[in-house]
Ligand binder design. Structure first.
Ligand code: SF4
Ligand code: SF4
Ligand code: SF4
Length: 375
């Protein structure tokens, strides 16, 4: 794929370069193991977005599907590249669509001396949307109602629309690992990247007036420690590592077994975060009997998220699960179960407590060398 043409959102020629780095870090998230606990979101928040100007940012979110998501209705906001190899016009999500950072009465509850009489509540203007606003609402009609969790972060795409859209060249895909970073010193806050990213995974920092996004925990990764969202996942739903290491779980799931697939491949950015699509309980027919031929999650809905590759992945999974039920062994199922959890980390299994966090003086975490861990 080599898209060329005019980027609708910025009215300039794009060179359509697909950036193939020397090596690519990737993540696989098994939606059958995600329990929607949000530990990943909190781990990221604690580490990277607690500073002034970043209060409203959640570089990692976990949405309930089908749902409107974060920012609200992000799948309808455009961006990325059209199938005819043109850039698709996009829009910048409004702050209210992400949701404001809520202010709570912490002072009253924790230090007010009122005991159980003071309950935690949002202060000031009442919110109308926020991350996970539609948590656990789900979809479908009873008795075939369903939902599943979908953790989302920047995909560190191979054809990153955000990089193409920035007229300042302030976003770069690193050759050595494929991580996509905003250079906050070069960024002038035009927000073309927010328009162009079809996953709407870039936030605007109203304090520093620059774009901020997931940095794939670069300062940890450089020291051999997996990303915080991977490491903190109690469901052991996340796999991490270089895609070209054949012994890694990521390589096996993406390349060998092809059961890990990108979300919305039609957006044309070639994501490097992959998903094991959710298996479905059998549907219930009009007589109240299980219909083993149909899943409760409609196939068309899954296809709309993951393309035909997602349906093929589920067929492969079902075949391998059948094998294990019949007493045979399956490398795929063993990889997914991961009894040895360190094998999920593609060699990035160093204990995070052995590295020391050094807070950047500028507060800028997007620039290489600015935020780091030390030995
Ligand atoms: S997900 Fe969006 S922000 Fe991340 S690399 Fe892709 S286009 Fe850029
Ligand atoms: S990789 Fe790191 S920066 Fe990105 S969402 Fe996960 S914890 Fe946050
Ligand atoms: S920490 Fe793991 S299980 Fe919990 S929501 Fe995130 S991906 Fe899912």
């Amino acid at each position: 794929m080599n898209p060329k043409g005019r980027a609708g959102q910025i009215g300039r020629e794009i060179d359509g370069k697909v950036v193939r780095p020397l090596r690519q870090l990737a993540m696989v998230i098994d939606l059958n193991k995600c329990i929607g606990c949000h530990s990943c979101s909190i781990a990221c928040k604690q580490l990277w977005t607690g500073d002034e100007g970043r209060e409203h940012m959640w570089w990692n979110t976990v949405n309930t599907m089908p749902g409107r998501g974060t920012p609200r209705d992000w799948e309808k906001m455009g961006g990325g590249f059209a199938s005819d190899h043109e850039a698709r016009p996009g829009e910048i999500p409004k702050q209210g669509e992400f949701g404001e950072a809520w202010k709570f009465n912490h002072q009253e509850v924790f230090f007010g001396g009122k005991g159980a009489k003071a309950q935690l509540r949002v202060e000031g203007e009442q919110p109308t949307w926020g991350p996970n606003w539609d948590e656990d609402q789900g979809g479908g009609e009873y008795p075939n109602s369903f939902y599943f969790y979908l953790p989302r972060l920047c995909n560190h795409c191979t054809h990153p629309a955000c990089v193409e859209a920035c007229p300042r060249g302030a976003i770069r895909k690193r050759e050595e690992d494929g991580i996509v970073l905003v250079n906050e010193d070069w960024c002038k806050g035009y927000r073309f990247c927010m328009e162009a990213c079809p996953y709407k995974k870039i936030y605007f920092n109203f304090e520093s007036q620059v774009a901020n996004k997931c940095i794939m925990c670069l300062p940890r990764v450089e020291k051999g420690v997996a990303t915080a969202c991977t490491r903190q996942c109690p469901g052991r739903a996340r796999f991490f590592g270089f895609q070209d290491v054949e012994s890694s779980a990521v390589h096996k799931l993406v390349e060998r077994w092809k059961v890990a697939v990108p979300l919305h491949p039609e957006y044309g950015t070639i994501p490097n975060v992959f998903y094991i699509p959710p298996l479905s309980p059998a549907a219930i027919d009009e007589h109240g009997h299980f219909d083993a031929k149909r899943g409760r999650i409609p196939e068309d809905y899954l296809r709309s998220l993951f393309g035909q590759a997602g349906i093929d992945a589920l067929d492969t999974l079902a075949g391998e699960m059948k094998k294990t039920r019949e007493g045979e062994s399956s490398e795929l199922i063993e990889t997914l179960v991961s009894i040895e959890w360190t094998e999920m980390l593609g060699g990035f299994d160093r204990d995070p407590s052995t590295i020391r966090w050094v807070k950047p003086e500028s507060g800028r975490v997007g620039n290489e060398g600015n935020a780091h861990h030390d030995e």
